[in-house]
Design a binder for this molecule. Structure first.
Ligand code: ARG
Length: 467
């Protein structure tokens, strides 16, 4: 054997090579530094595959036992930080397989029968994505529960509702919080939908065309908790739609969190002063002693861009790839890991931050009283007394202009002053012009009346406890 050939003996695929891998290429093509994170999934997949091989009589019971013991010992070594990862062995799959052979001898070399790293890695990522979807969903539920509690406590707290960030109409703060709940509820639904397409087993697709061994794909799928097996081997090894779907779900979710965060940033400012975040979730300034900065919401807002970026990375990675597996696919892991970590951190932050917000009811109430938030109510009042809506709009517009001039809210104008705009206005107008009157009047499904908010809270509680 030539010296050059001997140099490639450490590679599991070294058979046809006559020259050692270039050191740069070895580093450039290796993924072990990041894909070792998949060791649990990789071992689980190998366990299921080995059991299937034994069931198909490709391995003896004794060989299976040796392989299973070996794999579990390796799992323990990795958990104990005693495993020597090697870049020369390229990726998590070959590191583990080679450690298995080192540990149990020749039998270890039989594990890869009827399998390829292509279906192996696809299986690992699907198992990983499934697990992470479940963790993200659990965190989402935690945040939703926190929101429901705030909404229940603040159902009759009144704040100004905004359009164009200008005071529009008074709303219940609980109602506002339940709007966030709804966004997260759609996120949850999207994740569950995505999970269905994730949960299919690619094992058995082998390199791309399937395998000539008498394998039992249903058996492996079942062992790994998959709902079934992929239907086309070429698609199975090359498909990364499920990661892109998770990244899409995560991006929409982050878009929602960035919207909440923006509101928290605004609301904690001296100008709004609607809420206070707990000290433990804020930081100070090194130069301005008075500052208490909402860094956590700001960072969440910022990290949204990072998650969108990972979605675009994955989409671009898959763009134009011919069938079937290409090494490009190795680039799927870092964006995926990063976006999953980011989303989980952000949801965790919300689950801790929301129950601890201090809501300043009086400030919100006072703010709702400014900005003529009940102007629509006055218009509606006139319409109910027979005036066409467009005319009512005009009348109220004039009353508001008068109020601005007098520096008075509509409810602070005298009956006489109000009557000068329309003879239809009577004594009963003052009830209508109060903030309470305004929100209580919106008493229909999806409206801001506290009664409706509490009904929405109850429905949400029921839905969450049924998960
Ligand atoms: N490390 C590879 C990846 O992440 C595993 C599959 C490699 N397959 C191959 N034919 N080179 O995609």
């Amino acid at each position: 054997m030539s010296k050059k050939k001997a140099m490639n003996k450490s590679k599991l695929w070294g058979g046809r090579f006559t020259e050692a891998t270039d050191a740069f290429v070895e580093r450039f093509t290796a993924s072990v530094n990041f894909d070792r994170r998949l060791f649990q999934q990789d071992i689980d997949g190998s366990v299921a595959h080995a059991r299937m091989l034994a069931k198909a009589r490709i391995l003896t019971t004794n060989e299976l036992q040796q392989i299973l013991d070996g794999l579990e010992a390796i799992r323990q070594d990795i958990l104990d930080d005693k495993f020597a990862w090697s870049v020369t062995l390229e990726d998590v799959h070959m590191n583990i397989e080679s450690a298995l052979t080192a540990r149990i001898g020749e039998v270890g070399k039989k594990l890869h029968t009827g399998r390829s790293r292509n279906d192996q890695v696809a299986t690992d990522i699907r198992l990983y994505v499934r697990e992470e979807i479940d963790q993200i969903a659990a965190l989402l539920t935690k945040v939703q529960l926190a929101l429901v509690s705030v909404a229940e406590a603040e159902a009759d707290t009144i704040m100004p509702g905004f359009t164009h960030l200008q005071t529009a109409q008074p709303v219940s703060f609980g109602h506002h919080i339940m709007a966030w709940y709804e966004m997260l509820d759609r996120d949850y639904g999207r994740l569950m939908d995505c999970r269905k397409r994730v949960n299919l087993s690619p094992l058995g697709a082998a390199a791309l065309a399937g395998t000539s061994y008498p394998i039992d794909r249903d058996f492996t799928a079942e062992q790994l908790g998959f709902d079934g097996s992929s239907r086309n081997s070429l698609d199975a090894v090359s498909d990364r739609d499920f990661s892109i779907e998770l990244a899409s779900c995560a991006s929409i979710l982050m878009m929602h969190l960035s919207r909440f965060s923006e509101e928290l940033v605004l609301w904690t400012s001296a100008q709004f002063n609607f809420i206070e975040l707990p000290d433990r979730f804020c930081t100070g300034s090194s130069i301005m002693p008075q500052k208490k900065n909402p860094d956590v919401p700001e960072l969440i807002r910022g990290k949204t861009g990072r998650v969108y970026g990972q979605l675009i990375s994955l989409l671009t990675l898959m763009k134009s790839q011919p069938l079937a597996y290409n090494k490009d696919n190795q680039e799927d892991k870092e964006p995926l890991f990063d976006l999953v970590d980011t989303v989980k951190d952000c949801l965790y932050a919300y689950s801790e931050m929301m129950p601890a917000i201090n809501c300043k009811k009086e400030v919100m109430y006072a703010a709702a009283k400014q900005g003529y938030a009940t102007a629509t109510d006055l218009a509606d009042y006139l319409v109910k007394k027979g005036m066409p809506f467009r005319d009512a709009h005009e009348v109220v517009g004039k009353s508001v202009a008068f109020g601005i001039e007098q520096k008075k809210d509509l409810a602070e104008l005298t009956l006489e002053e109000l009557k000068s705009f329309s003879a239809l206005i009577e004594d009963d107008i003052f009830q209508v012009l109060t903030l309470e009157g305004s929100i209580n009047a919106r008493d229909h499904i999806g409206g801001t009346a506290p009664r409706q908010v509490l009904a929405a809270v109850q429905a949400a509680k029921n839905a969450l406890s049924a998960r």
